[in-house]
Design a protein around this ligand. Structure first.
Ligand SMILES: CC(C)(COP(=O)(O)OP(=O)(O)OC[C@H]1O[C@@H](n2cnc3c(N)ncnc32)[C@H](O)[C@@H]1OP(=O)(O)O)[C@@H](O)C(=O)NCCC(=O)NCCS
Length: 218
């Protein structure tokens, strides 16, 4: 449940001011958070995210199968440390004579949308891809996914439509010192942001204990 006490004095859309959005790279210890996040998507959002009807069991298998060593999972946390946005950057098998490529999949919970979180996840994935020698970033989605199509086109992706599906491609230039620094700076900012939110959450819990306020069920 959302931490109303902690958030009552804060803007409901904390990222709309155009500040850098703190995007963390998640390790396997966040598997449960990733699962909780994806299970909160409703049927329509699951269809948009995975391209087909996706019941809970399929999501559970997908999350169990995530390989955090091979692929990269990015996350954005809200003030209550709930994973409000996440992206999976899946490295596609390298084929001889073909450009190295990766596929990007993303979801933002409804309460976090239209604040630039999806764009921040795409941007972070693109920079990480450049820094790991990926030449083509690829997004597969339904052609009627207006928000994703808009995001992709805004990021300069070329979009091809076929049979109700859309494939968006972004040709990436090689990494340079600026992309390395950009990613390191965002990672540090995200770690600091996470630590601050964790402290805020702990101090709120301490106040509740002190004031005898019952803890809200999670
Ligand atoms: C797609 C998704 C990740 C976007 O997340 P988000 O945090 O809202 O993204 P942003 O706020 O960065 O940007 C969304 C953009 O799409 C635009 N948009 C939203 N709905 C739109 C629509 N129906 N038509 C056109 N544009 C739309 C927004 O105005 C915004 O553009 P702007 O920044 O130029 O104003 C989110 O909607 C989502 O999780 N959808 C379900 C899963 C999904 O579709 N995943 C993508 C397939 S892998």
């Amino acid at each position: 449940m959302h931490n109303k006490l902690a958030n009552s004095h804060l803007p409901t859309k904390p990222y709309t001011a155009g500040q850098a959005v703190p995007v963390r790279e998640l390790h396997a210890g966040y598997r449960q958070e990733v699962l909780n996040h994806l299970l909160q998507l409703d049927e329509d959002d699951r269809r948009l995210r995975f391209g087909t009807h996706t019941p809970d069991e399929v999501i559970e298998r997908y999350v169990e199968g995530l390989d955090f060593n091979r692929d990269v999972v990015f996350g954005i946390f809200d003030l209550d440390l709930k994973l409000i946005g996440m992206a999976h950057l899946a490295y596609l098998p390298a084929l001889k004579g073909r450009a190295r490529s990766a596929e990007f999949g993303v979801s933002v919970l409804p309460e976090g949308r239209a604040q630039g979180l999806g764009a921040a996840l795409l941007q972070r994935a693109a920079v990480h891809s450049r820094n790991t020698r990926i030449e083509t970033l690829y997004v597969h989605c339904l052609a009627n996914n207006k928000a994703m199509m808009h995001l992709a086109q805004k990021a300069g992706m070329r979009v091809e439509y076929a049979y109700g599906d859309a494939d968006a491609y972004l040709k990436l230039p090689p990494a340079n010192p600026a992309t390395i620094v950009q990613e390191a700076a965002n990672e540090q900012w995200a770690d600091l942001d996470y630590a601050l939110k964790a402290n805020l959450k702990r101090s709120n819990q301490a106040w509740w204990w002190f004031l005898g306020r019952p803890m809200l069920a999670r």
